[in-house]
Design a protein around this ligand. Sequence first.
Ligand SMILES: [Zn+2]
Ligand SMILES: [Zn+2]
Length: 403
Amino acid sequence: MAREEADEMDSAVIEHLKRYEPELIAIRRDIHRHPEVAFEEERTAGLVADCLRSWGIDVATGIAKTGVVGTLRGRRAGGRAIGLRADIDALHISEATGRAYASEVPGKMHACGHDGHTAMLLGAARYLAERPDFAGTVRFIFQPAEEGLGGGRAMVEEGLFERFPVDAVYGMHNAPGLPVGAFATRVGPFMASSDSWTTTFHGTGGHGGAGPHLATDATVPLGHFVLALQTIIGRNVPAIETAVVSVGHIAAGDFRSPNIIPSIVVVRGTARSYNPAIRDLLERRIGELAHTLAAAYGCTAEYDYERRYPPLITHAEQTGIAIAAASDLVGVDAVSADAPPRTGAEDFAFMLEKRPGAFIMIGAGAAPDGSYHNLHTPLYDFNDEILTLGAAYWVSLVGKELG
Ligand SMILES: [Zn+2]
Ligand SMILES: [Zn+2]
């Protein structure tokens, strides 16, 4: 990396954080050994709160059940406040890394690196508590339940930003495959929305061999519906926009009775997009197809569209600050300011709906042959090599925002 471009102060930050490295690795691996899934992160939240208190940081616990917020005021007067957010939850995956510090909880694993995110933010908290040479307030936001249950939304709905006001909020995620020492971000839509939908077709059912003409067959609209869904992408979504609609589950009939026409067919799927207007379009068109195709074949349909995670949309000013903070550490060439949008969803989006902010990917690297274990796989492990760089990014960001 173009380290020579890093100024002296930032080199000093990294040098200093290197002294915490063994402790940060120990914290990260401790959390890794004891993974806790959404809203069950009691032990992890306790560890975070104990660390913050031991460094003299004000701590509030129990926000959205297991969320923790640390508040640190700078030595210099200043009215601005910023939030730095890490997620703390694990996944329902059985770990297969065979590491000495592998999960001790069957079926649960830190397979998204939130153990590392937590340790990186703790490293920054310790550094800043020891050197509060900034003007204003830093809030360290440790968020539960990022994976699927919307802990970010729960914190916002429980008054996160009313109880702990901030002018801007920042998030970070590790990215396997992106080189160590690289960062990537973008202005505007960065991560997809992630919604679920369910359609239930109701017919009368009947005898599939002796009396199909007497039945209204709920499998017929299902067949048309599955194919028609892709016309939303091809015919309704403008060509310069993008979206995904997929079927993930179909349930009908009884496998012991292939001669019976089912009276109920349930089909469920996901929908993703990067633009709130396209999200509205998907919700509307999936429902229109369900109802009109049901009617075309004498059936009825029930339709439910569940808005789970909004698209993650970053703000220009704060993304510029994030890019500057990362560039000071690794050089401007190692920071991608216009990274392609990613198809994953991220519930930091709920915080960005309420406050301006930015989200950045930190490179977690790959093997020399370019291979890597991706997030959410049983062989994934957070790369401890980037713990101090991640912590230094947060410190650098505070310098840019509250310097
Ligand atoms: Zn994840
Ligand atoms: Zn994650």
